[in-house]
Write a protein that binds this ligand. Structure first.
Ligand code: C2E
Ligand code: MG
Ligand code: MG
Length: 479
């Protein structure tokens, strides 16, 4: 009995031992599996983090990481009382390759640029992709700026060798803007913004070069920024005004027309010239509502003069490239004329030579459409760009406006005189009228009259006038 019992107990013991060892190994396996999973999870976390902080195309730090690295560099520079520099580089003409050769090719170039930069710069320098074809390099621990110049030159030289793709060599360059901490900014945003401004200026200066950010650049950029925010409300706040500059016949000095010239009366900055804000309006697209305002106001004014029984004259309105490329322009002009009940022959649209020479078939069609509704066209600042003369004769244009720069040379520079004369002859021979702009002296006037110029516009007779002055002039001047 006892031995039976002992045997039974031993059996039970054995069984439980077996069970124990089984569960032990199961436990072990479970732990191992858990460890694997933790590792896997960490790996994915790391991968997620890597993806979140790196550019997938080049493997370089992306904007997120760049920002953290910049914060770190700034802190370090501040603590050690050192300078640091942010170099903003943008590949010149990259968009053209991307557009013409496809994005695949564009990607390959970006990868190679990243490789070249990594090879050229030191391990301690940060190279990041800022987006598109923009890269940013951070240089830490600077004692002075000459070190940066060296590196900027190295970066530019990275592009000396052509990019060899699909059995062809592509020669590219880069423009670099430099902002230095602390002078050009003390936050990542500020440093990047100012380096970007300098890069933009480097492009403007002819590309393939580097430029340091300067106080003047910053002021201009800030002013542009401020102007564009204010310009947004200028129409509804009634801050835009039109001035009118008379255009006189060379034969009898009568006023044949006026050109509407816009001004912006800023409550704080005073009267702002169109040369300053029209380019901003073009960049931001605000030129469309502004241009429409100019067109409508100018036509209304002309109608008003006619209703007052004053001599009927042409109203010249300047058009910008962006307006001209707006498909609605023709409709807009037609409906404004209709709404105001102004006969179309009293409106003349001025387009620049650059506009006239672009996308030839579109221009010819559009100009023909204007001619059909009875509106005349003038080419402004003629002679300053490149015109194809064989094409010019096909353009339905009524008037050439000889650019001021040639008029200025009359009596001073024989070449300008020859060109002014040449433009008049050219225009007449293809059946266009000629008006000279910016006539300031009697000598210029006599020269132009002697060479059969049709009309004159300039300070010699009148500066651009406000409505009241222009009205007075129309009442008294023409006989
Ligand atoms: P633009 O169309 O060539 O206008 C002629 C410019 O020459 C005007 O400058 C006028 O004031 C100036 N001017 C006229 N006579 C003389 C002169 O004898 N001597 C000198 N030194 N200057 C003279 P403004 O009014 O500053 O306009 C500058 C430019 O801004 C215009 O050149 C035109 O391209 C643009 N602009 C003006 N109003 C408008 C507009 O409503 N829409 C668009 N898109 N552009 C405009
Ligand atoms: Mg003009
Ligand atoms: Mg002009």
């Amino acid at each position: 009995d006892v031995s039976n019992e002992i045997n039974g107990m031993l059996g039970a013991l054995e069984r439980s031992q077996l069970f124990l060892s089984k569960s032990e190994s199961a436990l072990k396996k479970a732990i191992e599996k858990l460890q694997d999973e933790v590792l896997e999870h960490e790996k994915t976390q790391e991968q997620i983090k890597y993806i979140a902080y790196h550019d997938t195309l080049t493997g370089l730090p992306n904007r997120n990481l760049l920002n953290e690295l910049l914060v770190h560099s700034i802190t370090l520079a501040e603590r050690n009382n050192k300078c640091m520099a942010v170099l903003f580089l943008d590949i010149d003409g990259f968009k053209m390759i991307n557009d013409s050769k496809g994005h695949g090719m564009g990607d390959q170039i970006l990868q190679e640029v990243a490789e070249r930069l990594l090879k050229t710069l030191r391990k301690s320098d940060v190279i990041a992709r800022h987006g598109g074809d923009e890269f940013i390099v951070i240089i830490e621990e600077l004692d002075n700026c000459s070190g940066v110049e060296l590196i900027a030159n190295k970066i530019i030289n990275c592009f000396q060798e052509p990019f060899h793709l699909e059995n062809q060599d592509y020669f590219l360059t880069t423009s670099v803007g430099v902002a230095v901490y602390p002078a050009d900014g003390q936050t990542p945003d500020m440093l990047i913004k100012n380096a970007d401004i300098a890069m933009y200026k480097a492009k403007e200066n002819g590309k393939n070069q580097y430029l340091f950010c300067t106080p003047v650049m910053k002021d201009v950029a800030n002013e542009t920024m401020e102007l564009s925010t204010n310009l947004y409300r200028a129409i509804e706040k009634n801050e835009l005004e039109l001035y009118y500059q008379p255009q006189l016949s060379c034969h009898n000095n009568q006023i044949m027309g006026v050109e509407a010239l816009i001004r912006w009366r800023h409550p704080v900055m005073g009267l702002i010239s169109p040369a300053k804000f029209i380019p901003i309006a073009e960049k931001t697209g605000l030129i469309l509502p502004i241009g429409e305002w100019v067109l409508r106001t100018a036509c209304q004014q002309n109608k008003k003069w006619q209703e007052q029984g004053l001599p009927k004259i042409r109203m010249g309105v300047n058009l910008s490239l962006r307006q001209f490329h707006n498909n609605d322009l023709l409709n807009l002009v037609e409906s404004v004329l209709k709404e105001i009940k102004l006969a179309p022959q009293y409106l003349e649209l001025e387009i620049t030579e650059t506009i006239a020479m672009k996308e030839k078939s579109y221009i010819i069609n559009t100009l023909n459409a204007f001619r059909q509704i009875g509106v005349s066209i003038a080419i402004d600042d003629f002679g300053t760009e490149y015109s194809s003369l064989s094409y010019l004769k096909h353009l339905p244009v009524d008037r050439l406006k000889v650019a001021m720069q040639f008029i200025r040379g009359i009596g001073i520079d024989h070449k300008d005189e020859a060109l002014a004369k040449g433009i008049i002859v050219l225009a007449k021979s293809i059946g266009m009228n000629v008006i000279a702009e910016g006539v300031e002296t009697k000598e210029q006037l006599e020269f132009l009259k002697n060479h059969n110029c049709d009309e004159i516009q300039g300070y010699y007779f009148f500066k651009p006038l406000i409505e009241a002055e222009m009205t007075k002039l129309l009442i008294t001047y023409n006989k």
